[in-house]
Ligand binder design. Structure first.
Ligand code: FAD
Length: 335
């Protein structure tokens, strides 16, 4: 239980939530960001880190992961509290404040800005036998410390950035590293793909394209996996100690539906102040709907500014909604 009461808690650390946290800092209120992912950036880091973005004002072209990095830098200058790997399950009124209940803890806040995008991102998993049964006992979907895999035979599954990045790191730590991918195309930076093929040719890892995992074997821990060539249906068993999957993320609106907030087709209904039907609860970004809504980073920025400035006024009715221009604000004088 985090018993410190924040002025604004932002649910979602995508572009909208990050810009909201920056604005909270600019207005001098205490801010907290909670995200279900292990890193900030929302869709930009979870879904398309290597794609170029061309339509953010003042930035002609930028990789999504670089924009996410810069948004984090901008937001962090006012030291918001950041809670990652945490999904907010419920929001309830508790006297003067809201109590947010997550998987890991509870959080008190005077106002809430829901910037949940398409919902909480959850990792995609395999559905084959043995996968869920051996989760945490050799099967995993994140790497906390590469040293855990030193000297082990590791089977990695996936074809995106995370799969390739970890393959290139773990090949130097593991006794044997096999990367299985169901196609021969990769959703990753071309430099990583070139390095992967070079490592395969040098015998530093074993790349198996057009293969899928059919079963993970073991009772107390992983002892092997059966992989199948999806062109010939030929199956073969590999002796491995660990199976790590990097299959991307899928959003789940799940809990947000039960918060008592008015929705329209899985989107939160807001007025021009970005206020929901619950006083003190605001929303912004891809999660909201109103006539003319556009799902863009630029739109999310503007909505975040409106939501946060109105939240500031809600907390302190003497505070103006209009923040003034950053060019003139004393808070930036030392920066
Ligand atoms: P998101 O980025 O979705 O972030 C929401 C965050 O909230 C997520 O990290 C999620 O885990 C978290 N969350 C949700 N519910 C909970 C919960 N209950 N508890 C904890 N955390 C929660 N836009 C452009 O402007 N230009 C482009 O070129 C562009 N290209 C795109 C390309 C692709 C492939 C895709 C998929 C989108 C693209 N977009 C682009 C759209 C843009 O990424 C979105 O509009 C933007 O990410 C929305 O930001 P957001 O912060 O509102 O939501």
């Amino acid at each position: 239980m985090d018993d410190s009461v924040r002025d604004i808690t932002i649910i979602g650390g995508g572009p909208t939530g990050l810009f909201g946290a920056f604005y909270g800092g600019l207005r001098g209120v205490s801010t907290r960001i909670i995200d279900s992912l292990p890193e900030l950036g929302g869709q930009l880091t979870a879904l398309y880190p290597e794609k170029d973005i061309f339509d953010v004002g003042g930035i002609p072209k930028i990789l999504a992961k670089d924009l996410a990095r810069d948004m984090v830098t901008q937001a962090m200058q006012f030291d918001p509290e950041v809670i990652l790997d945490e999904e907010v399950r419920t929001i309830e009124r508790d006297g003067e404040v809201f109590r947010l209940v997550g998987r890991q803890g509870e959080y008190l806040t005077r106002t809430v800005v829901v910037a949940g995008g398409k919902g909480a991102f959850e990792p995609r998993h395999l559905t084959c036998p043995g996968y869920h049964e051996l989760m945490g006992r050799g099967v995993g979907y994140t790497v906390k410390d590469p040293e855990e895999y030193r000297g082990k035979r590791v089977l990695l599954v996936g074809g995106g950035d995370s799969a390739l990045d970890w393959a290139l790191i773990l090949k130097d730590v593991a006794a044997e590293l096999t990367l299985v991918h169901r196609r021969d195309g990769f959703r990753s930076h071309e430099t990583s793909v070139a390095r992967l093929h070079a490592a395969n040719e040098a015998g530093e890892l074993n790349l198996m394209t057009f293969h899928e995992v059919q079963e993970v074997h073991g009772s107390d821990c992983v002892i092997g996996a059966t992989v199948m060539d999806n062109r010939t249906q030929e199956a073969r068993r590999l002796e491995v100690d660990a199976v790590l999957t990097f299959l991307g993320f899928k959003p789940d609106l799940g809990p947000i539906k039960a918060w008592g907030i008015e929705l329209d087709k899985n989107r939160i209904v807001v007025n021009q102040l970005m206020s929901t039907n619950i006083p003190g609860v605001y929303a912004a970004g891809d999660i909201v709907c109103y006539e003319g809504k556009l799902d863009l980073i630029a739109t999310g920025y503007a909505e975040a500014a409106i939501a946060v400035n109105n939240a500031v006024h809600f907390i302190n009715p003497d505070a103006r909604v209009n923040p003034g221009h950053s060019t003139n604000l004393a808070i930036f004088k030392d920066k």
